[in-house]
Design a protein around this ligand. Structure first.
Ligand code: MG
Length: 370
């Protein structure tokens, strides 16, 4: 299955409402920045990373795909996913300028496109290629009701609505002030009752003393996990917080390599592991993180930079994956959307990785790659 073309692409997809915010970012669109890989036998694979739809930085990623990665792929056998992963990740020229960031995000798009091709060539959905279905259903939790930019009454209304729709888990953003966030957390817990899991996400905003003060009071509200309480790379701080509070710590969406996760595992600094195929250098590296988490007896809750299009396959197939994030922004851009029915993700049926765009999305949402 010889590779004959590697074309980058950018789609910008509007978020729910006109704008959302967490403690550190305000966005209006989600960026689907990817690679379309053609083969001589006529198959096309699609893979993408997720961005905040900032066109100049999206174009750095597409330029890296087109000028640095693509020349190493043309003429290669697309089925050799592991060998090609190493070829790109150990490319001396790129390693020198970046073992994380644009180089990793762009490789993620390519690695996912290769897995998509591999599954399409086999005529099966990706989860079958990853070893088959290990659980009957993948439980979803809803993040799209919990933005920090929502007024208190709309936050509570959205939480109630999600539960009425069948979600058994939700997540709300924190990281404004301790007082405001505790008030919102208490209001949501009251609204949804005790049977729904309620996670919180600080997006790395607070320092350790603020987290300690917040957690002392938040423990009363049965918090499922506290995601990214501290700066993303702060192993020591997360280890100290994990020892000081009964609230489990979740992190990983901003980590680029399995080596970065290893530091948190070794120090007991994380309870819920959150790899993202779109930030790590693709599904291949995310599988290594899942295996390491599993070896440490830690559950995985993938972060959905792909809005779960690919992670739904991983979550059905990997024994470490316990629950999966649901944000519906981009699902209608794909021929098989990641859909939730009665609180659980539907098992994908189409051959591939769930990354093939619809003709309508391709025609209406594309941005210039350079
Ligand atoms: Mg998060």
């Amino acid at each position: 299955m010889k590779i004959t073309s590697v074309q980058p692409f950018i789609l910008h997809v509007p978020v729910t409402g006109s704008q959302i915010a967490d403690s550190t970012h305000t966005i209006t669109h989600w960026g689907v920045v990817g690679a379309q890989i053609g083969t001589e036998d006529g198959l096309t694979g699609y893979g993408f990373t997720g961005t905040h739809a900032h066109l100049p930085s999206d174009q750095l990623i597409t330029r890296c795909i087109a000028t640095c990665h693509a020349p190493l792929l043309l003429g290669e056998d697309a089925r050799d996913v592991n060998r090609l992963w190493l070829k790109l990740a150990r490319n001396p020229a790129l390693q020198w300028v970046g073992r994380a960031g644009i180089t990793t995000l762009s490789q993620a798009a390519i690695d996912i496109a290769l897995w998509d091709l591999k599954a399409k060539a086999a005529g099966v959905p990706l989860w079958k290629l990853l070893g088959g279905q290990v659980r009957e259903k993948v439980r979803a939790y809803n993040t799209d009701i919990g933005w920090l930019s929502l007024a208190d009454d709309r936050l509570v209304e959205g939480a109630r609505r999600a539960v009425a729709e069948g979600f058994t888990g939700i997540k709300i953003k924190v990281g404004s002030t301790v007082e405001r966030d505790l008030r919102r957390l208490e209001a949501v817990r009251r609204a949804i009752g005790s049977d729904v899991t309620l996670a919180i996400d600080g997006n790395g905003k607070w320092d350790l003393p603020t987290c300690l003060r917040f957690c002392r009071a938040a423990e009363a509200f049965d918090v499922y996990w506290f995601e990214e309480p501290l700066w993303y790379d702060d192993v020591q701080g997360h280890a100290e917080l994990a020892r000081a509070t009964r609230i489990p710590i979740a992190l990983g969406e901003q980590l680029y390599t399995h080596d970065a996760f290893a530091g948190f595992f070794q120090r007991g600094a994380v309870h819920w592991v959150q790899p993202d195929v779109t930030r790590l250098a693709g599904l291949s590296e995310a599988l290594r993180v899942c295996e390491a988490a599993h070896a440490h007896r830690l559950p995985v809750a993938p972060h959905a930079g792909d809005m779960s299009q690919v992670h739904v396959h991983l979550s059905y197939a990997h024994p470490a994956c316990a629950v999966l994030e649901y944000i519906p922004w981009i699902k209608d851009c794909f021929t098989e959307p990641a859909e939730v029915v009665e609180g659980h993700f539907r098992l994908p049926q189409q051959p591939g990785a769930g990354t093939t765009p619809t003709a309508a999305a391709w025609a209406s949402l594309r941005q210039p790659v350079a």
